[in-house]
Design a protein around this ligand. Sequence first.
Ligand code: PMP
Length: 336
Amino acid sequence: MQRSGGVLDTIGSTPLVELRRLDTGPCRLFVKLENQNPTGSIKDRIGLSMIEAAERDGRIKPGGTLIEATAGNTGLGLALVAAQKGYRLILVIPDKMAQEKVLHLKALGAEVRITRSDVGKGHPEYYQDIAERLASETPNSFYVNQFANPANPMAHEATTAPEIWAQTGQMLDAVVVGVGSGGTLTGLSRYFARVAPHVEMVLADPLGSILTDVVRTGSIHKEAGSWLVEGIGEDFVPPNCDLSRVRTAYEISDAESFATARELLAREGILGGSSTGTLLAAALRYCRAQTAPRRVVSFVCDSGNKYLSKMYNDFWMFDQGLLERPREGSLLDLIV
Ligand code: PMP
């Protein structure tokens, strides 16, 4: 991959760590620590690849404006790269996203427009439709569009996948991924289809997303519900999402995702975000269902720092009905 200098050189080449204390059945389960990228998520990889591809194609010129619809992490990756390279960046973000992400984006110099999270594609206030409209109205702008931009899956095909293949010593049986844009799934699928076609692609999907149903039936039947896990799960199949190599999909509730992320921290000392909980819950179900030993990789997609006031906060968990209030003692005992 082309190196860009400075902090941008620290994107990717993340560690792969084996989980030692969680029950992984007959399998060995490894997680790739994408939280160690400079803004704390896997999306730094595509922030860099999408901007550098657009520079190469002449779609961004000096002084240009980048526009994107993002749940936050892609925005952070883009904001880092845009700031380093001197581009203006406007981001459209649904209002359910963690405040820490929004504050981080603003601190990096991005302009943030918040919109409703409770409307779907085709609604004038849907975040992707707003971004597309803004791009058509803003001179010298480029709509990054992670959902269809080929440089998104390409980043994972060119960097994430070969890193995993090398780090596992070319001994790998399955990868468990979530889908936001589908870039990770599609990039890894393409690489392993070419290099090691026996590697199974397993989908981890929030309960309420339509994607598990698409994997099981081959078409879209149901309307999306809502979920609290951030960054994964979809109400449509993005152009960048190729589900064709996925045979197994697990639907994971918010409660199970959050409990699993908290267990990952308590047992393994890894502070992951909410989607990490979904991926790990699916990976554990997959591992425990195996009858033969297999080597499985999943991801810590982003850092749990952004979620300290949400899923790592017992009071927030009580309010969401995701944790039982203690029956004895004082709630004040929970404040350290
Ligand atoms: N986890 C988190 C926290 C994310 O922000 C995203 C991307 N929105 C993903 C996982 C999924 O990655 P992808 O877009 O490659 O499907």
